[in-house]
Design a protein around this ligand. Sequence first.
Ligand code: HEC
Length: 270
Amino acid sequence: MIPLRKILMILKSIDTMIALKQIFKPGRIITALMFTFLSLPAWAQSNGAAVMSEEVVFYTMVGVVFAVAILVLLVAIYVLQLLKVFVAKDATEEELANHLPPWWKGIFYLTIVYGIIYILIFHVFKTAPLQEEKYEIAMVEAEEDAIARQSTQTDTFDETTVTFTDAPSDLGAGKKIFEMQCAPCHKADGGGSVGPNLTDDYWIHGGSMKDIYYIIKVGVPSKGMIAWEQLLSPERMRNVSSYIMTLVGTNPPGAKAAQGDLYEPEGAGQ
Ligand code: HEC
């Protein structure tokens, strides 16, 4: 004899199936919606819009994720119902009504709160820049920095405003340039060979920082000293000029005889 309970169970399962069919009607609508969302990009492109606006992409993605989430939920409900009906036929209601652990639920609700806050901050109120915007901001800042650096390097001095630099890094750079470019004619120690001695107090073109800078810049082409302006930046010419200033008075052995006039620095003898 079939127990009444079993019959009731079967009846109930039929009921569930009908109920599920009802549920899956909206499911079909959602599927249709999903396909519409998915075909949106293709549609936008065929319409001649070369680049889809970021907003459209974003809301399409949200829509798709939402639809998928609902589908997953429906499948989960369906599976749960099946489990309830077919696998755990004899189980009591109480046994299946296990509650999720509170810590799990806590985390779940936290993710929802986090998601809402995230969307509000980054997409609705736009209070914080997205990754791409951050990158663009950084690029603009770097460009401004580069322009600022260039202007201090090239535009802020010429022979009328150049000043001696005693920064070790500048003098070191000047020494390197001198040894590579100038030593063939002025000797590495500045004592002079083809070019004049740069270590004494006698100068053909003047011995001030500005004089030295200027003669390096424009050169003396008729005597074989080229205009270094074409090869060296103002900063480099300043560094090498400063380095030459430090050579004055070093009296290297075998230095060339003095040429030009005795140069007396302004303010000397005071
Ligand atoms: C091809 C050889 C040559 C090279 C390389 C050369 N010079 Fe000269 N330089 C000369 C000659 C020659 C003179 C003298 C010009 C004159 O008689 O008016 C001179 C003059 C100078 C003077 C002026 C000296 C004075 O008594 O007024 C300075 C400063 C100077 N050179 C610096 C440099 C620096 C710095 C470099 C490297 C960046 C350099 N020179 C590279 C040949 C050279």
